[in-house]
Design a protein around this ligand. Structure first.
Ligand code: ATP
Ligand code: TZE
Ligand code: MG
Length: 266
C-alpha cells in the first residue's frame, strides 16, 4: 500500500473526467473534490477529445446509460486509450440485467479498461460465474470471491476491485484484501460510484494501477470506518455528510493507524 499516493493527489490536484449517472453525480463530483482531485463531468460526445486531453484519468459509470451515452462512453474509452490516460469502469447492475452485461462487454471489447470496480454480483457476471445479484446490490452467492475477481481480471486483462465487507483487489495473479469499512456504506446509495471515481484519482498519480486500486480502497474504507466510529447510531444521512468531511480532512497517519489489509503474492 502506498498511502503517499493520497498526498500526491492533494499536491497535484489531478483532473478526473467522469461519465456519471444522474442518481449519484453530485456525490461523485464532491467526493473527488473533497479528496483533493478535480472532477469534471461530460454529457456531450463532441467534446470528448478535448475533455480527455485535459484529464489525468477517465472514470466511466454504466449506472444509467442510454444508447447515445453508450456511443459517448465508447468514444471516451477509445480516446483515453489513444492518449494513454487510465480508464476505470463501474459496471452497475451487470449481474442483475443481462442487457447491461452485454453492453458492458461490447464496450470492453472495443477499448482496454485499466480497472473494473464492482460488487460481487457485478464482478461474478463479468467473470461468467453464477451469482444471484440483486439490482445494484451484490446479492448472494457461494463462490470464492478471490477466484471470481481473478477470473474477471484475467478475462478482461485489467485490475479488478471486488468491493464489499472485504475489498478484493487483483491483477489476475497478485491479490490484496482491505478489511476496513463500515456497513453504513451500504445505506448510502452511490458509495460504490464514489469509490470507482476515487480509483480514477489514484490512477492519475501513478502508472501502477494495481497499487492505485488497493490504496484507493484502503483510503475510502478506512475513512468511512473512522467516520462511522464517531456516530452515536446508524445514521446514513450524517454518515454521508461526514464522509465528505473525512475525505477532505483525514491524514495518511490517521489512516495508517487503523489500516487492516493483506497483500498476497501469487
Ligand atoms: N458490509 C460492509 N462492511 C464494510 N464495508 C462495506 C460493506 N459493504 C460495502 N462496504 C464498502 O462500501 C464501499 C462501496 O462498495 P459496495 O460494494 O457497497 O459498492 P456498490 O455495491 O457498487 O455500491 P453502490 O451501488 O451504492 O454504489 C467500499 O468501500 C466497500 O469496502
Ligand atoms: C440506484 C441507481 N440506479 C441506477 S445507477 C444507481 C446508483 C448506484 O450506482
Ligand atoms: Mg455500484
Amino acid at each position: 500500500m502506498e498511502l503517499s499516493l493520497l498526498d500526491d493527489i492533494r499536491q497535484q490536484n489531478p483532473v478526473v473526467l467522469n461519465i456519471s449517472n444522474f442518481v449519484t453525480v453530485q456525490d461523485v463530483a464532491n467526493g473527488i473534490n473533497a479528496i483533493g482531485a478535480s472532477p469534471i463531468m461530460s454529457e456531450e460526445i463532441a467534446e470528448t477529445e478535448e475533455m480527455v486531453g485535459i484529464s489525468q484519468a477517465v472514470a466511466l459509470n454504466l449506472g444509467a446509460f442510454s444508447e447515445p451515452q453508450v456511443a459517448h462512453i465508447l468514444k471516451m474509452g477509445q480516446t483515453a486509450n489513444a492518449l494513454h490516460k487510465p480508464v476505470i469502469i463501474d459496471p452497475v447492475a451487470v449481474g442483475a440485467v443481462q442487457y447491461r452485461k452485454q453492453v458492458a462487454e461490447e464496450l470492453m471489447a472495443q477499448f482496454q479498461v485499466d480497472v473494473i470496480r464492482g460488487n460481487a454480483g457485478e464482478i461474478a457476471a463479468l467473470a461468467d460465474i453464477a451469482w444471484e445479484a440483486k439490482g445494484i446490490d451484490a446479492g448472494s452467492g457461494s463462490g470464492d470471491l478471490v477466484a471470481i475477481a481473478q477470473a474477471a481480471a484475467q478475462k478482461h486483462h485489467c485490475v479488478v476491485i471486488l468491493s464489499g465487507e472485504t475489498d478484493i483487489i487483483t491483477d489476475g495473479q497478485h491479490v490484496a484484501k482491505v478489511f476496513n469499512g463500515t456497513p453504513l456504506f451500504q445505506l448510502h446509495v452511490g458509495s460504490g460510484d464514489m469509490l470507482s471515481s476515487l480509483v480514477g484519482a489514484f490512477c492519475a498519480v501513478t502508472t501502477d494501477y494495481f497499487e492505485a486500486a488497493q490504496t484507493a480502497c484502503l483510503v475510502f474504507a478506512a475513512i468511512g470506518e473512522l467516520v462511522a466510529n464517531k456516530l452515536e447510531a446508524e445514521q446514513p444521512g450524517t454518515f454521508s455528510v461526514r464522509l465528505m468531511d473525512g475525505l477532505h480532512l483525514t491524514s495518511t497517519d490517521e489512516i495508517q493507524k487503523i489500516a487492516r489489509f493483506e497483500v498476497v503474492d501469487a
